[in-house]
Design a protein. Structure first.
Length: 283
């Protein structure tokens, strides 16, 4: 199923299933967080709307946790100056983004005042359907409720308006981390595809275009840590809950590698096999 959160013309927020005739059914009030833990027992539809009558929002506009993984594709690590990673000697580089960073399909993403260098990162996003702690890798995919598309928008250079010791490794690390946090920098959507429709999350193409020009092109089989390993690792650090989302890393082709960054008016389009297209403009 393709499940969506949408806004009605009167401002009401509903959730439902996108069906083949270009309509979205009405499954209830509020966003998908209301049903994410019970996807196997959804109620019968109570009517439907044409897709052009409603506005699709992020499937989960305010997730409990927005998790993301850095440096999870070797070619991306290499293009940004990193060495070849020995998977046996590291753990996934997990970090958090605030829920206020979430933006939906078609939503404009504002360039922040704290950075002149904003970049794109196309990603497969995992949505937790069944929570748990210390989940075994062999069981991890059973805890996935579905998948969607993400764009981990990132500010690459921070300018806070005062001099800082940029030779300090801590300054560099926190600049990188702070660059993940501005409003809108966790684009998500356009809908959630339930896990039963994605038999192998490691066999999906991931592409990103900026103004129609392909900038990223990879596939999820290139991940250093696969989806099951990422879910299992995250559950060792914290209890995962239904509706938590996990950005799984980005392939090569980010703007930082070429020194090209986003400008007002640019349009980013991310595509992942079977999950649709996520489009956001920059302002």
């Amino acid at each position: 199923m393709k499940l969506a959160t949408y806004r009605l013309p009167d401002g009401g927020i509903r959730h439902g299933e996108i069906v083949a005739d270009g309509r979205v059914t009405d499954l209830g009030d509020g966003d998908l967080s209301a049903v994410i833990g019970t996807l196997g027992t959804l109620p019968s539809p109570a009517g439907s709307y044409a897709l052009d009558e409603v506005t699709l929002l992020a499937p989960l506009p305010r997730p409990g946790k927005v998790l993301a993984v850095a440096a999870n594709y070797q070619e991306h690590v290499t293009e940004t100056g990193g060495d070849r990673i020995d998977k046996s000697r590291i753990s996934p580089r997990l970090f958090l983004k605030p829920s206020t960073a979430v933006s939906g399909p078609g939503e404009e993403i504002a360039l922040p005042s704290v950075s002149p260098s904003v970049d794109w990162e196309a990603e497969l996003v995992v949505v937790i359907g069944r929570g748990g702690k210390d989940i075994a890798p062999d069981d991890a995919l059973d805890h996935v409720g579905g998948y969607t598309i993400g764009n981990d928008v990132s500010a690459r250079r921070m300018d806070y308006g005062h001099e800082r010791d940029t030779d300090d490794p801590a300054v560099a690390f926190f600049d990188w981390l702070n660059g993940k946090w501005p409003d809108g920098f966790a684009a998500l959507g356009p809908y959630l595809v339930t896990a039963d429709e994605v038999p192998d999350p490691q066999k999906l193409d991931v592409t990103l275009e900026v103004n129609g020009r392909v900038r990223q092109q990879g596939d999820t089989g290139q991940m250093i840590f696969n989806v099951a390993e990422l879910v299992a690792f995250a559950s060792r650090l914290m209890t995962l809950e239904p509706g938590d989302v996990l950005y799984t890393g980005t392939p090569a082709g980010v703007g930082m590698a070429s020194g090209e960054f986003l400008s007002a008016g640019d349009e980013m389009t991310v595509r992942v096999t079977g999950l649709g297209s996520l489009v956001n403009r920059v302002r």
